[in-house]
Design a protein around this ligand. Structure first.
Ligand code: AMP
Length: 457
């Protein structure tokens, strides 16, 4: 069988190959092909890879292989492998993968994260555990209670290390590192490489192998993006109209705040559209239920904040709506990267109120091109301040149809992908001052990655 041949050539054990075949994977993804041999050799690894590349199997498969091959019996509360993740959802998903791929191996895994009762975790830690997947805060709670013993960790994984730093976990991570045995294998996965990540990698990794994969897609290039200029007071009606008239059955809507997410979910409910909000104030149970219903198609609309959406394994969506633009333009790229299914690009629609004009300009600078604007009769348009008034001359050319001179090529018009039937919309070619001169403009921060060899601190 193909799947066996390809994964088998990576020299993974039979029980893993069986589990892979059960999962229906026919070929390793590029990150898996590159990372697995290094990990199996026992090397430290610095991997530039985003969610959606198959990175989770890229580390769980070789780890399971090595732990099974070593054949040592695990002890209660004393894991041999520690996987740290930024969010509860990611922790749960990673541990799911460990279970899925390890189902024919006699290895035990456990997941722990905050926001849930700690007592069942105490109970679980009284049993042997080989692989512990944890968020840093709750792990340190257990360390404080002496319910977990990290002195037996042979392999450490930092998954989505950039997100962990974004979320302020650096001190917790360093505390955890101090508790680990000096001799161990370290794997660091990150989508982006800031100076802080490089410093952490330099301190942590010994002569690491470097692997880098292009992101699964360059969302800014293939996602059908459009903007509706709309007054704040009309956003909700427009969203309900879009969902109803397009018969969207699975749409992820982003708001800036938790409160905004709650309110919007309620308002959509009053419009007869079933929606749930997912954010940090929700209990783990509520989050899991909402996510489950959204995944299986019984809940058409999930309203999320950026933080809550991080680590959710819900990319490949048909539709993403930015109900509000993020304060950080890079978050726009993360958000829209969740759309697009095999063979069909997703749509990313952004509702922009007058006060968000500068945020839109910032996003367009990052993309290196304008996002087509689409009108919907009776729904879009700004009242009040005229839209054409440029804040900085040359920066904002809405409605003039004029393109500024660009050195990076004419703006590609993703508007050919304007969602069918969004009214009598016309795409307006306009552009911000181009920020990039390379014509790439895919907002791909991952490519800033440079191998960091042996820069140990
Ligand atoms: P990840 O980047 O680890 O979040 O994985 C993204 C998705 O790819 C998950 O839904 C995996 O189940 C799936 N996946 C992982 N490895 C493969 C593979 N070799 N072939 C097809 N799908 C895969």
């Amino acid at each position: 069988m193909d799947s066996q041949t390809d994964f088998a050539s990576l020299k993974l054990a039979q029980p893993l190959l069986r589990a892979i075949a059960d999962s229906g994977y026919s070929q390793p993804t590029p990150i898996q092909r590159q990372a697995i041999p290094h990990v199996l050799q026992g090397r430290d690894l610095l991997a530039a890879a985003q969610t959606g590349t198959g990175k989770t199997a890229g580390f769980t498969l070789p780890i399971l292989h090595m732990l099974a091959a070593a054949g040592r019996a695990s002890k209660p509360g004393r894991p041999r492998c520690l996987i740290l993740t930024p969010t509860r959802e990611l922790a749960a998903q990673v541990e799911d993968s460990v279970r899925t791929y390890g189902k024919y191996l006699p290895l035990r895994s456990m997941v722990m994260f905050g926001g849930v009762n700690i007592n069942p975790q105490f109970t679980a830690l009284r049993s042997p555990v080989d692989i512990l997947v944890a968020t840093p805060g709750r792990l340190l709670d257990h360390v404080g209670q002496r319910s977990v013993d990290l002195s037996g960790v042979e392999i450490l994984v930092l998954d989505e290390a950039d997100r962990m730093l974004d979320m302020g976990f650096i001190r917790d991570i360093r505390k955890v590192l101090a508790l680990l045995p000096a001799k161990r294998q370290n794997l660091l996965f990150s989508a982006t490489f800031s100076d802080e990540i490089r410093r952490l990698a330099g301190d942590l990794l010994h002569d690491p192998a470097n692997v880098e994969v292009a992101r699964r897609n360059a969302p800014a290039e293939i996602v059908e993006q459009s903007v509706h200029l709309v007054d704040r007071s009309k956003k909700r009606a427009l969203l309900s109209h879009l969902i109803g008239s397009q018969r969207w059955t699975q749409v992820l809507v982003f708001t800036r705040t938790k409160h905004g997410a709650n309110r919007l979910a309620e308002q959509l409910g009053r419009d007869g559209i079933e929606a749930m909000a997912i954010h940090g104030n929700k209990s783990q149970g509520a989050r899991t239920r909402a996510l489950g219903a959204f995944r299986d198609g019984s809940l058409p609309v999930l309203v999320a904040t950026d933080i809550a959406a991080r680590g959710l394994d819900i990319d490949q969506l048909p539709h993403v709506v930015n109900y509000e633009l993020p304060n950080v333009p890079e978050d726009y790229v993360h958000r829209i990267g969740r759309t697009g299914r095999a063979g069909s690009p997703g749509s990313a629609i952004t509702l922009v109120e007058p006060e968000e004009r500068k945020l839109l300009t910032a996003v367009e600078r990052l993309l290196g091109r304008a996002i087509p604007q689409v009108e919907i009769a009776g729904h879009t348009g700004w009242s009040g301040k005229p839209e054409t008034e440029p804040e900085h001359p040359g920066e904002f050319r809405a409605r003039t149809g004029q393109r500024p001179a660009r050195s990076g090529g004419a703006p590609r018009n993703a508007g050919s992908g304007r969602p069918a039937g969004t009214g009598s919309g016309r795409n307006r070619g306009r552009g911000p001052a181009p920020a990039r001169q390379d014509g790439r403009g895919d907002g791909h921060r991952g490519r800033e990655f440079q191998p960091n060899r042996g820069a140990r601190g």
